[in-house]
Design a protein around this ligand. Structure first.
Ligand code: PMP
Length: 388
């Protein structure tokens, strides 16, 4: 068993060895290293074919068509492209965007920038305690100039899953573009874009055992969205942007998504089982509390608060576990989590919080060790402070 035990899969996942083996074949002189834009020789054609195949694998996991996927550097960029381009395209007639207080910083930051440029932003407060976005609150926020609703599918800190299907229906009925940040949900819960009313969806590779630095944006064919062509170069990225595509990264992401599609139906129950086991083992610790909604959450995230121990002490006493106090983007930040505060958790308790996230390579032995280790460490900590 490798110590520290990795319990931070929500921040990033290791690349699956099957993925890295595949990627290596797309780098060196004896492999497929050509520029996919090169049309005059087989090196280029082979690279282009590899991209076509990967795009199909990615589309297949989420129920999209290949032409509906563009590649980006990750979900941060996808969120930026989706929100910014839609806003600038529609700015003459529409001004109002609806999002929520618990979105990822990449969504909140771009909304704040647009606000400074004259757009109006409504940030919905999620339901207290469970963190879900209530449909009624969305409906009440819609105005005549609302053109975009941008919400995450599953939250990266507490794991709660929003009712994206019904929010999509609501968007359709009100003629509003729907953008979903699905960075944490793709491959963790089934997604079929053919049955959901989503116009734009962001996702990443490194949350699903693929390489870092590559992600995607789904742009629904039938929706009336035409992304502003930032770089007017006809290429293999569905004519949207960028120069030479990173073939090895894209192939890696394609392979990772292919594996996820094949394995998710027994991987999901395994993760739910481990998460349940983890919580069952920990819930007897006095002063412990679970954040979010256990039932309506993705299988890999468990967010817990301890009544009397701050998270800096927790990280120190639990040094055999690689865990985080919240999202990776805010780790090291002394402020308590804005996600927890917006679901009504007081500042103190929000500071005493840990996110444990499990994944494909988590074992039963690691779960059992972690339960005992957390319990024993907290007992020792409490004993030490009581005797001071
Ligand atoms: N949205 C959510 C919900 C995330 O969890 C993350 C990753 N922390 C991102 C967006 C950004 O993804 P990436 O690292 O691929 O840019």
């Amino acid at each position: 068993m490798k110590i520290p035990i990795y319990l931070d899969y929500a921040s990033t996942t290791p690349v699956d060895p099957k993925v890295s083996q595949k990627m290596i074949k797309y780098l060196t002189i004896n492999g497929i290293f050509g520029n996919p834009n090169s049309r005059s020789h087989s090196y280029g054609w082979e690279a282009e074919n590899a991209i076509i195949k990967a795009r199909k694998q990615i589309a297949s996991l989420i129920g999209a068509d290949s032409e509906e996927i563009i590649f980006t550097s990750g979900a941060t960029e996808s969120n930026n492209i989706a929100i910014k381009n839609t806003s600038y395209l529609l700015k003459k007639r529409y001004k109002h965007i609806i999002t929520s207080l618990t979105e990822h910083k990449s969504v909140l930051n771009i909304c704040a920038k647009l606000e400074k440029k004259g757009f109006k932003i409504t940030r919905i407060i999620p339901d207290i305690n469970n963190g879900l976005i209530n449909l009624k609150k969305i409906l009440e926020s819609i105005r005549s100039d609302t053109f975009l609703i941008s919400l995450m599918h599953a939250n990266n800190e507490i794991g709660t899953i929003n009712d994206i299907k019904n929010i999509g229906k609501l968007c359709k009925n009100n003629n509003i573009i729907f953008h979903v940040d699905a960075s944490q949900s793709v491959g963790k819960i089934p997604i079929n874009l053919k049955k959901m009313n989503i116009d734009l969806m962001s996702f990443s590779s490194h949350k699903l055992y693929g390489p870092k630095g590559i992600g995607g944006l789904f742009i629904k064919k039938k929706s009336k969205i035409f992304l502003k062509k930032n770089i007017y170069q006809k290429n293999n990225n569905n004519n949207v942007q960028f120069g030479t595509l990173p073939v090895h990264q894209i192939v890696g992401m394609g392979e990772a998504y292919k594996i996820a599609k094949k394995e998710m139906f027994y991987e999901i129950p395994k993760l739910y089982y481990f998460k349940k086991k983890l919580w069952k083992g920990l819930k007897k610790i006095s002063g412990i509390k679970i954040n979010g909604d256990f039932k309506k959450s993705i299988p890999n995230i468990l967010n817990i608060s301890f009544n009397y121990i701050d998270n800096i002490s927790l990280i120190m006493i639990l040094k055999n576990l690689a865990i985080s106090t919240g999202s990776a983007c805010s780790s090291g930040n002394k402020e308590s989590s804005y996600v927890l505060k917006s679901i009504g958790i007081n500042d103190n308790l929000a500071k005493n919080t840990l996110r444990l996230s499990i994944g494909r390579f988590t074992t039963k032995k690691e779960i059992n060790y972690s339960i005992k280790y957390i319990k024993d460490s907290i007992k020792k900590y409490n004993f030490f402070f009581k005797t001071l």
